[in-house]
Design a protein around this ligand. Sequence first.
Ligand code: FEC
Length: 280
Amino acid sequence: MTTGVVLMAYGTPASAEEIEAYYTHIRRGRPPTTEQLDDLRSRYDAIGGLSPLREITQAQRDRLASALGDGYEVALGYKHASPFIEDAVAKLPTDVVGLVLAPHYSRGSIGEYVERLGHPAIESWHDLPEWRAFQANAVRTSLETLPRRTTVLFTAHSLPERVLVDDRYPDELLASATAIAEQAGVSDDAWSLAWQSAGRTPEPWRGPDVLEVMADLDTEGVLVCAQGFTADHLEVLYDLDIAAKARAEQLGIAFARTAMVNDDPAVLGALAERVRSFQR
Ligand code: FEC
């Protein structure tokens, strides 16, 4: 019998014409103002017009599918773009397992994917040894290019404080950052957590933001490891590679960002193993 795997990811517009519908979907059906839409368009323009996320997510799917082999059918299901999570469920066999391309659980992140899936799913995988090894190696390699006094900032997408009441997201982020720093040989006083990409809404979002943390640093360099994401996409290519880099230049400190997992064979292979051993 074939097991259906819904590989879930954020999704990105397939063309510039789809940016407005995508943004409206993220805002739960409330269309953005002209100013908000122009702002988002200008961020996509700054990274080359569109995000490479679609191609990267497809490559991640292909890698997972080939690692799983016979007996599994893997379909992509996006949170905010077509094919949606529900489309993927509809085309798969009835025996379905879900996996989200984000390592840490929050009710306001993975929880929303899993609710829409309506089937059992792996809720988080930040403890995957191959993923931690990938990150530790990426930190170690990047540090070689930076001044000796460099701070490592482990970032993840901010969420509204309201969503984080009794939520395990901050603890999972701290647990993985602690393990990765230790594995990479980074001393306790040379790294911290930071948040990024907070929404443009009036309610309070979890901080401190990576840009604020950078402004308070007393070091010669900063290395950002965006542990909360798996791919090179808008929040990495714009918020870090453009905005955070520009802030570092203003501050007169060196800046680098670690490589993203993308379709790394060791990580996707280990995720395939997690899917195989998932107990329902
Ligand atoms: O490359 C791309 O085209 C898409 C990049 C992208 C990823 C991503 C991941 C996460 N988000 C998370 C939470 C929120 C919350 C809001 C929100 C808003 C946006 C907007 C864009 C956007 N997000 Fe996103 N997110 C990406 C893109 N995100 C664009 C809208 C404009 C803006 O604020 O920049 C606020 C929604 C609201 O208004 O109510 C909350 C979380 C993740 C990481 C987990 C995951 O990948 O699912 C959490 C990639």
